[in-house]
Ligand binder design. Structure first.
Ligand code: SF4
Length: 211
């Protein structure tokens, strides 16, 4: 299988199985940034619920500024670290409105300066903007290693290795495809290997059979 086939197969499976990542189409960069921030150290289902609640009252950074930190906390409550995240969201909205005319910055280094934004979140936003970026979260890190596409210990190493082997035009699609596949088939616990189209070359599956 080549990279295009792997990514398209994962996309198809994620959509067919209604993976949470496909349940809300985030329409703009601000929603993508906020959603990625809320997702850190939080289960996908909880992130999904928090994103829905928040965006039922907030359409952009200006709306977020009208809310108090406590009101933001209430809206995002299902997510982990909601107090810190509410504070960061409020500060991010202030910075975006003050320094970027209400628009999400488009450079990696600028994104990293926003409170609470790390490599993964910055890459998710850039990929959404159509810029070449690979966002490595726990799904991407786990699945790439299980399949034997990389052999790495940390997400940053996975990002570096994937950039060497994935054609650049596919970088932006990789995260969503892997996340949807990880939410539905190659789950953290008990992956559904018997239903998986990649088992013929998957290292994890090979090792399972040898045990
Ligand atoms: S065979 Fe199993 S471990 Fe390997 S990618 Fe498929 S679901 Fe994941």
């Amino acid at each position: 299988m080549n990279w295009r086939e792997i990514i398209e197969t994962m996309e198809r499976i994620g959509r067919e199985r209604n993976a949470p990542v496909y349940q809300k189409d985030l329409s703009n960069e601000f929603e993508v940034l906020v959603s990625a921030l809320l997702s850190t150290r939080t289960r996908d289902e909880q992130t999904h619920r928090a994103v829905e609640r928040l965006f039922s009252v907030v359409k952009g950074p200006e709306d977020l500024l009208k809310l108090s930190e406590e009101e933001i906390e209430e809206l995002i409550k299902p997510v982990g670290f909601h107090k810190v995240k509410a504070r960061n969201l409020k500060r991010i909205a202030e910075i975006i409105v003050r320094d970027y005319e209400g628009k999400v910055p488009e450079e990696f280094d600028e994104l990293l300066k926003l409170p609470g934004v790390g490599r993964k979140v910055a890459n998710i936003v850039l990929a959404h903007m159509g810029k070449p970026a690979i966002a490595v979260d726990t799904h991407v890190h786990r699945i790439a290693n299980r399949l034997g596409l990389v052999k790495t210990k940390k997400p940053e190493e996975t990002e570096e290795e994937l950039k060497k082997i994935v054609p650049k035009e596919l970088w932006g699609k990789l995260n969503k495809a892997f996340v949807g596949f990880g939410q539905t088939v190659c789950k953290p616990l008990k992956p559904m290997c018997n239903d998986c189209p990649f088992k013929s070359f998957c290292e994890y599956f090979k090792n399972l059979k040898e045990k």
